[in-house]
Design a protein around this ligand. Structure first.
Ligand SMILES: [Zn+2]
Length: 387
């Protein structure tokens, strides 16, 4: 599955129609969530999707197209399914929330009835009908369904397509990757992919815009404008990050048959208010996702290994060499091996990956046994706090 994203160019009237459906579907979502909660309080039972669906016919929602009534209900019940699964597996997944205006920005369609057609998107009449799309690149594969997303910079159309795999020529090499805060990625061959410089520049502009926002009077017109600017900068930073991560993951998948990464449980990390950390936190999970998706399509493999002590172990002799965070070079007193701290860590990750591979044989993607999952190395947390 791949998602192709295009800019939408709705007319004024279409934009209003989109806004109306967005608002109506959010109201419906919240009302249905409330129904579920009261039903549970009264009967002690979960109100099933098809039971609830009976009360949401065409008459109940004259302001929404039938597709949206359907997908909105399904979204609600999926969030409950996830919540219950989390309970069962002992993972922390929050109880489904009531959606505020900022947490609801997607209009989801169901099937190929709403699709791209000759430079226009066939939206239901109540969502504005056929609207202009800037098709900057062709769709690939079989079209499945579409979404319309509202972002600070405007409206976007996402087309989800099923694409055939693009296998690459098999190689005989492997690489280990260490994700950090100072760099985005350091690999076992000593190459480093730095955090993009322009992202640092945008972060500065963001800080400025946020100060500006804080000075504006509440409820004022200027505050509204300042708020919009902050939101757009956040979006811009996210786009820059995605771009870098896509390019980095592409270059590793193209260059190596086996890629070993740390198995960081990103969602378990302690919340931290430092911006550099928040960005890095989001990047690690995303990078791994991109790597795995690209590797699967290319016939390459990603191995996730236990992240503990990768920076404290000597990759040459295996002895433990303790060092504080400020020490950037690994100097082994046992065998004399000298390397950059992150390169040493990446080499350890590679070795663990190859060990896993030797034990289990090749396959597309895997992670090391269940006993190692859990918190991420505290080193990363400390590193973040120090920045
Ligand atoms: Zn050593």
């Amino acid at each position: 599955m791949r998602t192709f994203e295009y800019r939408l160019r709705p007319t004024k009237a279409q934009e209003q129609a989109l806004m109306r459906t967005l608002l109506a579907s959010r109201k419906m979502y919240n009302a249905c969530l409330e129904d579920l909660i009261t039903h549970y309080k009264e009967t002690g039972k979960y109100l099933h999707l098809y039971e609830q669906d009976k009360h949401h016919g065409k008459e109940a929602h004259p302001d929404l197209p039938a597709v949206l009534v359907d997908t909105t209900l399904k979204r609600l019940h999926r969030s409950f399914t996830n919540f219950f699964r989390g309970l069962k597996e002992g993972r922390k997944i929050g109880f489904p929330r009531f959606k505020g205006a900022t947490a609801w920005n997607t209009i989801q369609f169901r099937d190929a009835a709403n699709c791209l057609d000759n430079g226009r998107f066939k939206a239901p009449l109540q969502c504005g009908g056929r609207m202009r799309v800037i098709v900057h690149r062709p769709l690939e594969g079989t079209f499945k369904f579409a979404r319309i997303v509202l972002r600070p910079s405007g409206w976007y159309l996402q087309c989800v397509c099923e694409t055939p795999p693009h296998p690459l020529l098999k190689k005989e090499n492997a690489v280990g990757l260490d994700m950090g805060i100072r760099y985005l990625v350091a690999d076992s061959n000593g190459h480093i992919i730095d955090n993009p410089k322009h992202a640092r520049k945008t972060a500065k502009r963001l800080a400025h815009a946020q100060r500006n926002l804080a000075r504006c009077k509440k409820g004022s017109h200027r505050r509204k404008k300042a708020k919009k600017k902050v939101a757009r900068l956040h979006e811009h930073i996210a786009n820059q990050r995605k771009d870098t991560l896509h390019k980095a993951s592409r270059s590793y998948v193209d260059g190596y048959q086996t890629i070993a990464v740390e198995d960081l449980q990103v969602s378990n990390m302690v919340r931290n208010h430092c911006l550099a950390f928040v960005i890095a936190d989001a990047s690690w999970g995303m990078f791994r996702q991109y790597l795995e998706a690209k590797a699967e399509s290319a016939g390459r493999q990603v191995i996730a290994v236990r992240p503990h002590y990768t920076s404290q172990t000597c990759s040459q002799c295996g002895e433990s060499v303790e060092k504080s965070l400020s020490v950037r070079t690994h100097v082994c007193p046992f065998c004399g091996y000298i390397a950059d701290r992150d390169e040493n860590a990446a080499r350890n990750i590679l070795q663990r990956g190859l060990q896993v591979l030797a034990r289990t044989g090749p396959s597309s993607s895997r992670r090391e046994g269940p006993e190692q999952s859990g918190e991420s190395p505290s080193v990363l947390k400390r590193e973040a706090a120090g920045l």
